[in-house]
Design a protein around this ligand. Structure first.
Ligand code: GLN
Ligand code: ZN
Length: 748
C-alpha cells in the first residue's frame, strides 16, 4: 500500500469564503494596501483552507493551489518562463507577476484564454526556442513550509507546453511542445528541491491528455514521465488528469509506473473499461475522481461507491478524489440562506464535496451503510408540463426559417439600410452610477419605480448619443444587465440565484452562475419594455438583445437529470417567445448572443458533433419563430472558429458579428470558404484595449473586407460590447467607425 492517503481533492477554491482575495488583490493594485498586507491576508486564506480540509478528515491535502491570479502563470514563474519583455521592466517579483497578468502601459499582458471547457481563464505562457527555463520553486516551497505534509501541485510539463503559445519572433513551425525535454529537466530540479524540503508527494496536472492527442504527443508524455520517475531524488509523483477520459494516454502513463494516477471517473468513466483490459494495476495508486468538481449537485454516492468498488477490483491501491479541482464551484453552501430548502438538500459546494469524498473513501471498509441518504426525486413543482408538452410537439419546421434570399429582400425593404451599415454589439459603458443604482436597490434604498426611471434615463442618453454619432442600427445599451446570463437567470423559472456562490473566472474577477434546477419557463417578457422604450425614442431600428441558449447553459450550473439538449431547448422556447414579443412591440432586428458556442465545444472530436447538433438546434429553435422581415443577428466573441465554422453557418442568422480586429479580416475568407454567405460584421475595433482606433485603420480594414464580402452584406461594428470601456473612448472610436464606413461606402 502506498502512503498516498485514501481521500483527497485536486484543488480547492482560493478566493476565500467572501471573495477576500479579490478585495485584497484589487486593494494592492489600487495602492490601498501594501505587499506585506497582501501576503499576510493570503497566508490567512491558505491556512484556513488547509485547516478546513484537515478537520473534514481528508487524508491527502494539496498545496500550491493558491494563486494571486492564475495557477498556469504560477507554473510559468516556477519554470522561469517569464518573457524578457516583462523582466526588463525591472519591477519587483510580485509586480512582474501582475504585469504579466494585467499588462502595464508599455507591455500588453499575456493572452487570456479558456481553461479547457470551463469558464475559468488562464494566462497563456509564451515560449520560444530561446526561452531559458530555470527552476524557481519558491512559491511551492513557501506553501509547503506553511503546511508541512501537504502535496505541492504544479502543471505538468507536457500540458504546460500544450497550453502555451509560440512567442513572437519564433520561427515558422516552432511549437512550444518542442521544448518538452528541456522543461522536464526543470521539473526534475523542482522535484529535487521539493524532496529536499520534505515533500513526500507532488501532483503534476496533465489534463491536456483528456483531449485528443497525437500518438507522438502521447509518446512524448510517456518519455517525460519515465524520465521523472527515474530520478533518484524526488517526491512520489501523482499525475492528475481531468475533464474527460485518458483513453490511449492511460496505458502510456501506467507504463511509466508513476506512483499515483488520477482519473476523472465522472466525465471519463470509460477509462475503467480500459483499466479492466490492462490487468490488475500494482505499484500505481489510482486516484478516482468520483465527485464532480465542475458542477454543484450532490454526488450520487451509491453509484460512486459502486464505481469505487469496481475500481478496487482493478487496482491494488485506490483513493477517492474530485473529478477536477474544486476551483470551479462555490466555496460553501452554508452561505446560502435564501435558497429553496429542497434545492439546498440537493446541492454540494466545495466544502460539502470534501465531506462526500471522505464518506466515500470509507466505503471499502465500512460498506455503503455509512453513506448519507440521497434526497430522491426532485419536487413536482420543478416540473412544468406546458414546456414539456411543447418540447414533445417540436417538429423540424419549428427550427427552420424561410430561404435567405427571401428574408434578405423582406428585411431590406423594411429596414432600408445602407451598405456597410454601422452598429454596436449591445452594451454601452456600465458606469458607476448604474452599478450604484443596483446596489441601492439591493440595500432597499431605491424602489422598482425609481430604478426603472434611472435605467430609462440611461437608455435615452445612449440612444441620443448613437443618433448624434450617426449609427444606422441602434441598441438600448443594456444598462439594466448586471451580467448577460444572470439577468435572464433571475427572470426565468427553473433557475435559482445564489447570494454567495462566487467562482473565479479570471484573476480577481468572480462570477455567480445561476443554478438551473427545474424546467425553464418564461414568466413574463424579460427585455421587451427596455427595447420598446428605446425604439420609441428614434426612427432608426433598435436591435433587441438576448443571450442565446448555449451561452445561458455554459455560464450556469446545469441540471444533470436530463440531457443538456432538453434544457437548451427549454431555454430556447423561452427566448422564442421573447422574440415574438419583441417583434410585436415593433422591434425589427433581434440579436441573440452566443459567445460561448465555441468554448463549450467538447475536447474530443468524437463528442463534438453531438454537441454542435443540439447547440445549433437550440439557437435555431430560439430564433426561427420570427417573420422573414425580422432580421436575426448573432454575436460570437472570437474569430478562431476552427471546427465550428460549419456550425456558425448552420445557425442561419441573417447577420453574424465576430471578433476580427486582431486577425486582420482573414476570418472573412474562412467564412466564405465554409459557404457562409449572409451578413457579417467583422469587428473593426478591438474593444479589449482602451486604444481608440484611427479612422484610417478602420478604413483600411473595411477596404480589405469589401474585397471579400459585398458591401450590402458587410456590417461595421466593434468586436464586442462596450460595457467595460469609458465614454471618451467609445465616442471617439464610434465616430471613426461611422466616418470610415461613410468613406468606404462612397468609393465602393
Ligand atoms: N451583447 C453583449 C454586450 O454587448 C455581448 C457580450 C459578449 O459578447 N460577451 O455586452
Ligand atoms: Zn463579444
Amino acid at each position: 500500500m502506498s502512503n498516498f492517503g485514501r481521500s483527497t481533492v485536486l484543488g480547492y477554491p482560493r478566493i476565500g469564503p467572501h471573495r477576500e482575495l479579490k478585495k485584497a488583490v484589487e486593494g494592492y493594485w489600487a495602492g490601498r494596501i501594501t505587499e506585506a498586507d497582501l501576503h499576510a491576508l493570503a497566508a490567512e486564506l491558505r491556512a484556513d483552507v488547509w485547516r478546513t480540509l484537515r478537520e473534514a478528515g481528508l487524508e491527502a491535502i494539496p498545496s500550491n493551489t493558491f494563486s494571486y491570479y492564475d495557477h498556469v502563470l504560477d507554473t510559468a514563474v516556477a519554470v522561469g518562463a517569464v518573457p524578457e519583455r516583462f523582466r526588463r521592466l525591472g519591477l519587483s517579483d510580485l509586480d512582474t507577476y501582475f504585469a504579466m497578468a494585467r499588462g502595464v502601459d508599455a507591455e500588453p499582458a499575456l493572452e487570456l484564454t479558456k481553461w479547457f471547457a470551463t469558464n475559468y481563464h488562464y494566462l497563456v505562457p509564451e515560449i520560444g526556442p530561446d526561452t531559458v527555463f530555470a527552476a524557481d520553486p519558491a512559491k511551492a516551497l513557501a506553501e509547503l513550509a506553511e503546511a508541512p505534509g501537504t502535496r505541492p501541485v504544479l502543471i505538468g510539463p507536457a500540458t504546460f507546453l500544450l497550453l502555451a503559445k509560440a512567442a513572437d519572433g519564433a520561427p515558422e513551425g516552432f511549437r512550444p511542445f518542442d521544448r518538452l525535454d528541456d522543461l522536464v529537466e526543470v521539473h526534475a530540479q523542482i522535484l529535487g528541491a521539493l524532496a529536499d524540503a520534505g515533500a513526500e508527494w507532488v501532483q503534476l496536472d496533465e489534463p491536456a491528455y483528456d483531449a485528443d492527442r497525437t500518438p507522438a504527443e502521447i509518446d512524448a508524455l510517456r518519455a517525460a514521465y519515465a524520465r521523472l520517475v527515474a530520478l533518484e531524488h524526488r517526491p512520489k509523483i501523482f499525475v492528475a488528469t481531468y475533464f474527460g477520459a485518458l483513453d490511449d494516454a492511460l496505458p502510456a502513463l501506467l507504463e511509466t509506473r508513476v506512483d499515483a494516477l488520477g482519473l476523472d471517473l465522472v466525465n471519463g468513466a470509460r477509462d475503467l473499461d480500459r483499466l479492466a483490459g490492462t490487468g490488475t494495476v500494482s505499484g500505481t495508486t489510482i486516484v478516482a475522481g468520483l465527485v464532480d468538481g465542475h458542477n454543484v449537485w450532490r454526488a450520487d454516492l451509491g453509484a460512486a461507491a459502486a464505481r469505487y468498488a469496481t475500481l478496487s477490483g482493478l487496482a491494488e491501491d485506490v483513493a477517492v478524489s474530485t473529478s477536477c479541482s474544486l476551483l470551479h464551484v462555490p466555496v460553501d453552501l452554508a452561505a446560502e440562506t435564501d435558497l429553496d430548502p429542497a434545492l439546498v438538500e440537493r446541492l454540494a459546494f466545495a466544502r460539502q464535496k470534501v465531506d462526500e469524498i471522505v464518506a466515500l473513501s470509507k466505503v471499502l471498509d465500512d460498506g455503503v451503510g455509512g453513506l448519507p441518504a440521497s434526497p430522491g426525486e426532485a419536487p413536482e413543482a420543478w416540473r412544468d408540463q406546458t414546456v414539456r408538452a411543447r418540447l414533445d410537439a417540436l417538429r423540424p419546421e419549428h427550427s427552420r426559417r424561410g430561404a435567405y434570399a427571401d428574408r434578405a429582400a423582406a428585411q431590406q425593404q423594411r429596414l432600408n439600410l445602407p451598405p456597410l451599415a454601422t452598429t454596436t454589439i449591445g452594451s454601452f459603458p456600465q458606469t458607476d452610477a448604474l452599478r450604484h443604482a443596483r446596489a441601492e436597490v439591493r440595500a432597499g434604498r431605491l424602489d422598482a419605480a425609481g430604478y426603472e426611471e434611472r435605467m430609462r434615463a440611461e437608455i435615452a442618453d445612449v440612444v441620443a448619443r448613437q443618433e448624434r454619432l450617426g449609427l444606422d442600427v441602434l441598441v438600448h445599451g443594456e444598462p439594466e444587465r448586471n451580467d448577460m446570463v444572470q439577468y435572464f437567470g433571475e427572470q426565468l423559472g427553473g433557475f435559482a440565484a445564489t447570494v454567495g456562490g462566487w467562482v473565479q473566472s479570471y484573476g480577481s474577477r468572480c462570477v455567480r452562475p445561476p443554478i438551473i434546477h427545474g424546467d425553464v419557463t418564461r414568466r413574463a417578457p424579460m427585455t421587451v419594455a427596455w427595447s420598446a422604450y428605446a425604439q420609441s425614442l428614434t426612427s432608426k431600428p433598435v436591435k433587441g438583445m438576448l443571450t442565446g441558449p448555449v451561452t445561458i447553459l455554459a455560464w450556469s450550473f446545469v441540471r444533470i437529470d436530463q440531457p443538456l439538449a432538453d434544457t437548451a431547448n427549454q431555454v430556447a422556447l423561452a427566448l422564442r417567445d421573447e422574440c415574438h414579443d419583441l417583434e410585436a412591440a415593433g422591434i425589427r432586428i433581434i440579436q441573440v448572443d452566443e459567445p460561448a458556442l465555441r468554448e463549450t465545444l467538447p475536447l474530443r472530436r468524437a463528442d463534438q458533433k453531438a454537441y454542435l447538433d443540439w447547440s445549433v438546434g437550440s439557437f435555431r429553435l430560439a430564433t426561427s419563430g420570427v417573420a422573414d422581415s425580422t432580421q436575426i443577428h448573432t454575436h460570437l466573441c472570437y474569430s478562431e472558429f476552427g471546427e465550428v465554422l460549419p456550425a456558425i453557418d448552420a445557425l442561419d442568422a441573417d447577420v453574424t458579428s465576430i471578433e476580427a480586429s486582431r486577425s486582420k479580416m482573414e476570418i472573412l475568407d474562412d467564412l466564405a470558404a465554409a459557404g457562409y454567405s449572409r451578413g457579417v460584421g467583422p469587428g473593426v475595433w478591438d474593444i479589449h484595449s482602451p486604444r481608440v482606433p484611427a479612422r484610417d485603420e478602420v478604413t483600411d480594414a473595411l477596404r480589405r473586407a469589401v474585397a471579400v464580402v459585398p458591401a450590402q452584406r458587410l456590417w461595421v461594428n466593434p468586436d464586442c460590447g462596450l460595457k467595460t470601456r469609458g465614454y471618451a473612448e467609445v465616442e471617439a472610436s464610434l465616430a471613426h467607425l461611422v466616418a470610415a464606413a461613410a468613406e468606404v461606402r462612397r468609393d465602393s
